[in-house]
Design a protein around this ligand. Structure first.
Ligand SMILES: [Zn+2]
Ligand SMILES: [Zn+2]
Length: 267
């Protein structure tokens, strides 16, 4: 399984997940032009997507969706609440996801997990190819038991580190917006992200991506420092990256990253 971040943050979120001919797009928050260019660079042309997963209806996750669907004939998978908010109208190629219930898409198994965020029915996702698992959670105000459990078996953990608390509180955002971001239905801070990771058994984890960093209230340095401090920096096998908002895509390939773990499982 290959996971590629095509963009992360309030300016637009999208990930590509590939495995044995299955091509999934998780969120379509970039412009349709950027999505097509970026997907093409990974060999995914028009009409090559197997499905599009949408985590929730906020603009930074669906910006390019409507126009993008002119170039892809695949179905859109989202919860009933998200589909309702998208208001797609008749003929929209959608499949309704139920949080906690696995679905098979191509060669991948996908489990949507409910998250606490100020959208109608937002979810994060656990994706598995039978050997490797990726857990992808952004846009959540708190980490509850279900999310924590979902992070447990993953080799790739993508977790939101939206803001540095001090930068947010001292920053220029109006107070109602600050209160929304800080709330349990807002976004995860660097410290909350770090505390969650510090509680995890990291032995199966090969790579951690810190995602959805705020342009105004965070920096990659702040996010990485918080997490590396919490984890103690002892495991040299564990790569930790702060995802860029745009720029060059970041990718993870389970076949190279986890070859050692595969051998242990196979023999
Ligand atoms: Zn978002
Ligand atoms: Zn959101």
């Amino acid at each position: 399984m290959r996971v590629v971040s095509l963009g992360s943050g309030s300016s637009g979120n999208a990930l590509l997940i590939q495995h044995n001919g299955t091509n999934l797009l998780l969120d379509a928050g970039l412009s349709h032009r950027d999505l097509r260019v970026r997907l093409a660079s990974f060999g995914v042309g028009d009409h090559d997507l197997t499905a599009i997963l949408i985590s929730h209806e906020h603009h930074d996750h669906i910006r390019g969706l409507a126009q993008f669907l002119r170039y892809q004939s695949c179905q859109v998978l989202a919860t009933a609440g998200t589909l309702h908010a998208l208001d797609p109208g008749p003929g929209f190629p959608c499949v309704r996801l139920v949080p906690g219930q696995a679905v098979e898409v191509g060669t991948l198994t996908i489990v949507p997990i409910a998250v606490s965020h100020d959208a109608l029915e937002p979810v994060g996702f656990v994706l598995s190819d039978g050997l490797a698992t990726a857990a992808i959670f952004t846009d959540l105000g708190t980490v509850d038991r279900a999310v924590y459990d979902a992070l447990h078996a993953a080799q790739l953990v993508v977790l939101e580190a939206n803001y540095d608390r001090e930068l947010l509180v001292r920053g220029s955002y109006p107070w109602p917006l600050k209160r929304r971001i800080l709330s349990s239905q807002g976004h995860l801070s660097n410290d909350e992200c770090a505390a969650t990771l510090a509680r995890l058994d990291l032995s199966p984890v090969r790579e951690i991506w810190l995602a959805h960093l705020s342009a105004e209230n965070n920096t990659p340095r702040h996010a990485l420092h918080a997490v590396q401090t919490a984890l103690g920096g002892s495991d040299h096998r564990l790569a930790i990256r702060a995802l860029p908002r745009c720029g060059a895509p970041v990718s993870w390939d389970s076949s190279t990253a986890d070859s050692k773990a595969r051998q242990i499982r196979l023999f």
